[in-house]
Design a protein around this ligand. Structure first.
Ligand code: ARG
Length: 629
């Protein structure tokens, strides 16, 4: 994960930046007649908010050019600590850098502009703080590799000077009205938005995947960030390469749905946090036999240097902090997990169902699960720091293990992750098993609080915990179990685009390899875990390093291994146990580890510890009796 180390440095850096964004409540909308268009009364950013926002501080700093170089020094050191030297396979260079072997042990990355650094991981120096005055710095692919998007009434090129209504920032015939040191756009009746940039037909159809309109504010009135904002990249998301459908994305800040969510959404910023939320928009009325006019036929005008809109941050009642991730410092004792009080069903809508047939493989049981380790969906979605929202079908072997008191009528609760390795067999951690509980697994689902149409729920017939499973106050040994699912004739889970098996590994993999962990476990922002399946990439850490005194010392044995980042930050956590750590040695995902334990989560020198699946291959085969290819 190219950006993680930078996050870490950035994280340290921002610790020293004081000031939270102060929010002011304002009563009126720029539009003047927003109510008439069904929009809620929201706050908008005014001149005074902009100048108070530490993010837009005017900084004169010619001398900070070496800031990044210092960070770089740190991260190189970390890279060396954790990764094998001298290998171009897998390619250690980020951003399509070309790797050249130098001697046996070294490599050099040739970086495409504007990326730099040992692994081309640095690319954001062009947008250093203060570069754009009172404006957002966005990255471009041509010299000088950035552009400033000024907050009205600040003006290009560097957003440091003010000009009210001159030129007129209001679009579509909107009239610019001065109001002290601020302005409002008075829009023609059918237009809305701070700049009258949202037209009357600006609505979305279905899940809004095809939406190409101009709405650029969230449900709560936060202004969307440009998709190419350096702030997004800096926080680990690269919309242009993360999403399957980046067609609608561009150098604009309009709401889009590139990742199969329920409706268009966008990133926004609160203080120094990158957040996302659904947008303030409405579905188009049902077509009445007429071709809908709701989808604008052309990509909206590239924004002028004036911002598309500058709505204000809103009341803090509804935190829109994304459900996410892993930079947590939550405890993760290796003890039996306690049941989190997260019901597995609720009325919160999740992403809209897909059009793809859910059971496309009209096949007989024997034709099923013939190949393992191949996900159909290519990417995960980065929306937040340190964790990635998983795209539908991207981790189709992920299982949610759920339990309830034996024979009770209580609902099942998620307790652990698991990995589907055959139609009727799931691998999980030994410490996840409580033989006194009823157990079921859910496969094919991303959400825990909503039964998705792609989900399959299968009862567990029996759980087999490894005979040498052992727990001590500091570690868990041989932490592996098999769940035999209920079904007939070896047919339990049904293979679909969203339900597939992971392969078993057949060899040891090299230290430093990047692998993927996933789960619904505890995150920095949610003590009960995430409702949406999340993933993160981690590096395999050598046994030697893992058993150093400052890491886990002599408690580590060969039934486990460490993976993660010694500098902390990205990790699995409580509730992820039993879930997969998969690696792709030959483009095929093998379940190389199972989330097992760790000393809290995301701490420095305390990476996650995973069950070493390769050690248990014979055990798995003997218990399942060759249930899979
Ligand atoms: N024992 C935890 C569970 O039951 C998993 C902990 C993983 N901890 C870590 N730091 N990686 O879910």
């Amino acid at each position: 994960m190219n950006l993680k180390l930078l996050f870490f440095c950035l994280f340290l850096a921002v610790l020293f930046i004081p000031a939270e964004l102060k929010r002011k409540k304002h009563k009126h909308r720029g539009n003047g007649d927003g109510h008439g268009h069904g929009m809620r009364d929201k706050k908008k950013i005014r001149y005074e908010d902009i100048i108070k926002d530490f993010f837009f501080e005017i900084i004169d700093r010619a001398a900070d050019d070496d800031d990044d170089d210092n960070e770089q020094g740190n991260s190189d050191w970390l890279f060396e600590l954790q990764e094998p030297e001298g290998q171009c396979n897998p390619n250690p260079c980020f951003h399509n850098g070309i790797c050249k072997e130098k001697g046996k042990r070294k490599f050099k990355c040739e970086c495409p502009k504007p990326f730099k650094g040992k692994k081309c991981e640095k690319g954001r120096k062009v947008c250093r703080k203060g570069r754009c005055g009172r404006g957002e710095c966005v990255l471009t692919s041509t010299e000088p590799f950035y552009q400033c998007k000024c907050k009205e009434p600040f003006q290009p090129p560097d957003c440091r000077t003010i000009s009210l209504c001159e030129p007129n920032p209001c679009r579509n015939g909107g009239q610019c009205i001065r109001d002290g040191d601020d302005f409002d756009c008075q829009c023609p009746p059918e237009f809305r938005g701070r700049f009258c940039h949202v037209g009357p037909d600006d609505c979305f159809v279905d899940d809004g995947e095809s939406y190409r309109g101009n709405v650029s504010e969230t449900d709560d009135g936060d202004e969307c960030l440009y998709w190419n904002s350096h702030f997004i990249l800096e926080n680990g998301a690269d919309p242009f390469s993360s999403y399957e459908d980046s067609d609608g994305l561009g150098h604009h800040n309009f709401c889009r749905n590139p990742d199969g969510d329920a409706m268009p959404w966008c990133f926004f910023r609160r203080g120094r946090k990158l957040l996302w939320d659904y947008c303030d928009m409405t579905p188009c009325p049902e077509p009445t036999g007429v071709v809908p006019t709701n989808i604008l036929p052309i990509e909206p005008q590239p924004p002028s240097d004036a911002p598309q809109s500058t709505t204000k941050p809103t009341a803090p009642e509804k935190p829109t902090e994304p459900s996410k991730p892993t930079e947590p410092s939550k405890p993760t004792e290796p003890s039996k997990p306690t049941e989190p009080s997260k019901p597995t069903e609720s009325s919160k809508p999740s992403a809209a169902p897909t059009d793809t047939p859910l059971f496309p493989t009209n096949s007989t049981p024997t034709q099923q699960f013939k190949t393992c380790g191949m996900a159909q969906s290519k990417t995960a979605i980065t929306r937040i720091f340190g964790g990635l929202k998983v795209a539908r079908g991207a981790i189709p072997w992920q299982v949610s293990l759920q339990v309830k008191p034996r024979n009770s009528l209580q609902p099942y609760n998620h307790i652990c992750g698991g990995v589907l390795i055959a139609s009727c067999w799931v691998l999980t951690a030994g410490h996840c098993i409580d033989q006194n509980k009823d157990m079921q697994v859910v496969v094919g689902s991303l959400s825990l609080d909503y039964i998705e149409p792609t989900a399959q729920t299968v009862e567990v017939e029996r759980a087999i915990v490894h005979e040498n499973y052992r727990e001590t106050p500091t570690a868990v040994y041989n932490d592996i179990a098999l769940l035999k699912l209920k079904g007939t004739d070896g047919f339990c889970a049904n293979e679909t685009q969203f339900v597939k098996t992971a392969c078993l590994p057949d060899t040891q993999l090299p230290d430093g390899m990047e692998c993927t962990i996933s789960g619904w476990g505890v995150t920095e922002t949610s003590d009960y875990g995430s409702n949406h399946l999340l993933k993160a990439n981690v590096l395999l850490i050598s046994q030697e390093k893992c058993s150093e005194p400052k890491v886990y010392g002599s408690v580590v044995d060969n039934s486990m291994f460490c993976a993660g980042y010694l500098q902390g930050g990205v990790d699995s956590c409580q509730g992820d146990s039993g879930g997969p750590l998969t690696c792709k040695p030959n483009n095929t995902a093998v379940v190389y580890g199972l989330v097992s334990w760790g000393d809290q989560c995301g701490r420095k020198n305390k990476p996650g510890v995973y069950t070493q699946v390769t050690l248990f291959l014979d055990w798995i085969k003997s218990k399942t009796g060759g249930a899979f290819p």
